[in-house]
Design a binder for this molecule. Sequence first.
Ligand code: IPD
Ligand code: CA
Ligand code: CA
Length: 250
Amino acid sequence: TGWKEVVFSLARDVERTVMPLFGKPEGGKEVGKNVSGDVTKYVDRVAEDIVVERLKPLGINIVSEEIGLIDQGSDLTAVVDPIDGSYNFSSGIPVFALSFALFKGKRPVYSAIYEFLPGNYYEAIPGHGAYLNGRGIHVVPREPEKAAISFYTLGRGLGIIGRVKRIRVLGAIAVEMAYLARGSLQAVVDLRNYVRPTDVLAGTLLVREAGGIVVDESGKEFNPPLSAEEKVNIIASSDERLLKIILEGI
Ligand code: IPD
Ligand code: CA
Ligand code: CA
């Protein structure tokens, strides 16, 4: 299967349907609770319906943020967040994306993040690299004191803020991981025990294929289950030196 064609056309389909709701209160209306206990907004529901309708006929398993697992007995599993950054979306903040990661068993085979408003399609192919709109991308390490990082915390590790130059917390972690992969940020850290694998699995493969490092809070390889429910902490960095400062600071 040409996964790029499948995922890109899926992303464009979602885009066509949801963009008329961008910045409108209607899109932010609460329509239920998802499998991780978080609220499902109207836009989340609409976007996920398209994802499921498109992927189900392929016979693959689907793990999606709101409904969780649809087990079709396949060896392939797509882990999807139809809209990462739905608060941003419904509030008119233009930072949100579709996040898609495909696994064969537990092994990643393809991932993509589609950032709707700039129309940026990021993708990663294991062993082949990371791409933005078809061109190779790579992390860009900086001296820690010149680094820009995204740092989600409820108070833990606050000293890290004084060790870097810029903090940018954008509210869509899939997008932030894509920015790390392309060199716009040097790290993405979330220590709230709040994000789920659906938020970060596509970004994890993308960052790794772009030459970055993704670990858990103990510094071990980040390797969460293919789940929409588990809550995880994550540290993604462009390089070892910055990673060390972050790990020492938490
Ligand atoms: C959210 C975004 C955000 C993160 C939240 C997530 P959602 O995803 O990834 O960056 O801080 O924890 O819930 O709910 O907009 O898909
Ligand atoms: Ca999300
Ligand atoms: Ca979402």
